[in-house]
Design a protein around this ligand. Structure first.
Ligand code: TXA
Ligand code: MG
Length: 348
């Protein structure tokens, strides 16, 4: 299959959106930008179409997809009820990096929900995504547009790396703004639960709906209960090289990472270092990639997945990363980084 690239880096182009919408309506696959990461879209109400997503990604069929909508009216068509707290949260943050879980109506096929009686819904804050959802019939199922197990794509070339020749179209909307997947809040339990941290943190959500807890499996890596979001149990976002997170006091961390990289180099191995801009002058060894500034959390979230892909392309044998427990998005950034590292932490 030839994968068509629609260039919309300068903004929405109606002719391209029309073509993309036709592909979706005919049951094909279109990758598109959102404010979080690129999504791999198909008609969410067509089991055959959404089934193709699992095949294209190599995704386990029990890992449900998020249904993307462009307006509130669409929500009524696919969920049994909208709890008051969910409505408030949606009013505060939709369109935006928020996914909410509801009880599904039968209109949503089980292929889309990974066999579950619940459905995840999100209204993305991106002109291209919203235009595509409208042109494609109103309901687009879309996981991140990476091959299962690889870091999520934050620019069209990442999607191309994984999906070229496999899907019908990629809409290039340039680099995304946030770079980490949406915050997921489950409204199907007795009280709201965060299943995946994202740009919206626990405090921001609690300010709107009152108390909200974190899924225990997110806090405790050895939790006896698996995470409720099936996708959170996989070691994904994984680079090819083993990644280690080095934690501790700032100066000690820099010294430790530089030592470790020096040891690797003396054995003739390539070591990658993932560090904040503020640490650049301290490293003498290794292949340094600067993720962003600790003063600008979005610069860190936005570059994380791209850097993991860059290290893959450079074929480093090992990666050492600083930790990024930044005040607002630290929880989300470290959730992804710890997964990428398979929870390998070196303490100084
Ligand atoms: O920012 C995002 O959310 C991006 C963009 C494209 O919108 N999408 C995304 O999708 O990250 P994906 O498939 O990579 O991650 C969806 C997560 C998975 O961990 C999945 O298991 C969980 O949401 N999920 C989906 N439906 C669910 C449900 N009904 N109950 C619990 N977890 C669910
Ligand atoms: Mg994903």
């Amino acid at each position: 299959m030839k994968t068509v690239i629609e260039d919309m880096r300068a903004g929405v182009r109606e002719d391209g959106i029309r073509r993309a919408g036709e592909i979706i309506k005919k049951g094909g696959l279109v990758a598109f930008p959102t404010e979080t990461v690129y999504g791999l879209g198909a008609n969410a109400l067509d089991p055959e179409a959404s089934g193709k997503i699992y095949a294209a990604k190599g995704r386990p069929s029990d890992n449900p997809l998020i249904v993307h909508i462009a307006d509130w009216e669409a929500l009524e068509g696919i969920v049994k009820e909208v709890p008051e707290a969910a409505r408030k949260l949606g009013e505060a943050f939709w369109p935006g990096p928020l996914t909410m879980i509801f009880r599904r109506k039968e209109t949503v096929p089980l292929t889309t929900t990974g066999g579950l009686e619940t459905v995840a819904v999100r209204m993305p804050d991106h002109d291209i995504a919203l235009a595509l959802i409208r042109a494609g019939g109103g309901y687009i199922a879309a996981p991140s547009a990476n091959t299962s197990g690889r870091p999520s794509p934050t620019r069209a070339s990442h999607v191309q790396e994984d999906m070229d020749g496999i899907i019908d179209m990629i809409i290039d909307g340039g680099d995304v703004g946030i770079g980490l997947e949406s915050t997921i809040v489950d409204f199907t339990e007795d009280s709201p639960v965060i299943l995946r941290p994202g740009y919206l943190n626990q405090e921001m959500i609690a300010q709107v709906i009152g108390e909200v807890r974190m899924d225990q499996a997110l806090i405790d890596e050895h939790s006896p209960r698996p995470p409720k979001a099936p996708g959170m149990k996989y070691r994904h976002y994984a680079p090819k090289a083993q990644l280690y997170i080095v934690e501790g006091e700032e100066e000690a961390v820099r010294r430790k990472i530089d030592d470790l990289a020096s040891q690797e180099e003396s054995r003739g191995r390539k070591a990658g270092i993932l560090a904040a801009e503020e640490s650049v002058p301290f490293y003498r060894h290794g292949i340094l990639k600067v993720i962003g500034s600790r003063e600008d959390e979005l610069s860190i979230s936005r570059h994380l997945f791209a850097i993991l892909r860059e290290f893959d392309a450079m074929e480093v044998q090992v990666i050492y990363s600083e930790a990024f427990y930044t005040p607002r998005m630290g929880q989300a950034i470290m959730n992804r980084l710890l997964k990428a590292a398979g929870h390998q932490i070196i303490k100084t």
